[in-house]
Design a binder for this molecule. Structure first.
Ligand code: AMP
Length: 323
C-alpha cells in the first residue's frame, strides 16, 4: 500500500475486528486493534507509520480510516486469510472488568513484521502488545538506535514468554504495563518497588496503567501520579491503553521533549486521549476529534487535577502555632 515521506513515529501491533458487549450496548466486527487505536490517537500530533497485517476480508473503508488521519499504511500488509478477531464482554457492575470471550489470531498467527527502508530510520517507536520475540525482531531491524522506544505487553506474555520479554524490556526506554502486570513481572507486591526493580533492568520509565484510577509514572528518582479524566458515562473501554500510549508517544515525538516535565505532559495528554476513546465504541469518537476538543479537555483536566502546592515561604498549620 502507498509509500509516503518518512514518519516521526512507528507503531507495530494488531489491526482487528472486535466484537464487544458493554453495559451501554454492543458492536460486532468493529474496527479495533492496538495499532489502530495507537495510530489514530498519535496522528493528531505527529506523522505515524503503521506495521501490521490484515486479511482479505479487511474493508477498504477501514483502510480509509487510517488514510483520513494521514497515517502511512505502506507497512499494512494484506495476507491470505481472515483479519485478527477479538471479542470481550465488560462487567455490568464494574466496567473496568472485562472477560475475553474469544481470540482468533487468523493472519496474525504468521505475522512477521518487515520494516521498509524508511521505517528503519524512524526516531520514535512503539512496540504494541505482540509476541516479545517479534518486538525484539522489529527493534533489531532499526538501522540506528531510535531516540525513544516504548513497549506494551500483557500477562499472557509474562506467564508464557518471560525470558523473551525480559530480553526486550532491557532494551526499551519506556514500558507500559497495568499494575497487576508490573507486580507479576517484577515478582514484587509493592507497586513502587516493583516499578523500580524494572527500571534497574534498563528502561528509564515505567508507566503503570491503573484503569479509572489513572497512571503512575516511575522514573529513576522521581514519581508522578495522574488520575484518569473523570467521565460520567463510559461506553466502551476497549483500546483505552493503546490510545493513551498514542497520546503519550505522539506528544514526545512531536515536541522532542524527553525531560521529566515533558514526560508528565505526555502522560496527561495520553489520559485525555484515552478519555475520548472510552466515550464511544471502536473509533467512533477517536476518529472525529478536532483540535479544540483536545485542547479544551486538556485545560479542563489540568484544572481539576491541580492541587494547591505549598510555596517555599508557606507552611502547613500546626496546632498551637501562629504560622
Ligand atoms: P486494550 O483495551 O487497550 O487492552 O486494547 C484492546 C485491543 O487490543 C482490541 O482492539 C483488540 O483487538 C486488541 N487485542 C486483544 N487481544 C490481543 C492480542 N492477543 N494481541 C494483539 N492485540 C490484541
Amino acid at each position: 500500500m502507498a509509500q509516503k515521506n518518512a514518519s516521526e513515529l512507528l507503531v507495530v501491533g494488531s489491526v482487528a475486528y472486535d466484537s464487544v458487549k458493554t453495559p451501554e450496548g454492543s458492536r460486532r466486527d468493529a474496527l479495533g486493534g492496538s495499532a489502530m487505536y495507537f495510530a489514530l490517537s498519535s496522528s493528531y500530533f505527529t506523522s505515524v507509520s503503521v506495521v501490521a497485517v490484515v486479511g482479505e476480508d479487511f474493508q477498504q473503508r477501514d483502510v480509509d480510516v487510517f488514510k483520513a488521519h494521514d497515517v502511512d499504511v505502506s507497512g499494512l500488509v494484506r495476507a491470505k486469510g481472515k483479519t485478527f478477531r477479538w471479542s470481550g464482554v465488560y462487567s455490568t457492575e464494574d466496567v473496568n472488568q472485562r472477560e475475553t470471550l474469544d481470540t482468533q489470531l487468523n493472519v496474525f498467527a504468521d505475522f512477521s513484521p518487515t520494516l521498509t527502508k524508511q521505517q528503519r530510520r524512524t526516531p520514535y517507536v512503539f512496540l504494541a502488545n505482540i509476541h516479545p520475540a517479534l518486538q525484539l525482531d522489529v527493534l533489531q531491524q532499526m538501522e540506528a538506535r531510535p531516540r525513544l522506544v516504548a513497549l506494551d505487553t500483557m500477562n499472557f506474555w509474562i506467564e508464557g514468554q518471560r525470558d523473551a520479554l525480559t530480553k526486550i524490556v532491557k532494551r526499551v526506554d519506556v514500558l507500559f504495563m497495568d499494575e497487576g502486570e508490573v507486580r507479576q513481572f517484577a515478582r514484587e507486591p509493592n507497586l513502587v518497588r516493583a516499578a523500580r526493580k524494572i527500571i534497574a533492568m534498563g528502561p528509564r520509565a515505567v508507566v503503570v496503567k491503573r484503569g479509572e484510577h489513572g497512571v503512575m509514572l516511575v522514573q529513576n528518582g522521581s514519581l508522578f501520579v495522574q488520575p484518569a479524566y473523570p467521565l460520567d458515562r463510559v461506553v466502551d473501554p476497549t483500546g483505552a491503553g493503546d490510545t493513551f500510549a498514542g497520546g503519550f508517544m505522539g506528544y514526545l515525538a512531536s515536541t522532542g521533549d524527553r525531560s521529566p516535565l515533558g514526560f508528565r505532559r505526555a502522560i496527561m495528554l495520553g489520559s485525555v486521549m484515552g478519555s475520548f476513546t472510552v466515550e464511544a465504541f471502536s473509533m467512533e469518537r477517536l476518529h472525529t476529534l478536532k483540535r479544540n476538543d483536545i485542547d479544551t479537555r486538556f485545560r479542563a483536566f489540568s484544572d481539576i487535577s491541580r492541587g494547591s502546592p505549598l510555596r517555599k515561604d508557606q507552611s502547613l498549620p500546626w496546632r498551637g502555632s501562629k504560622n
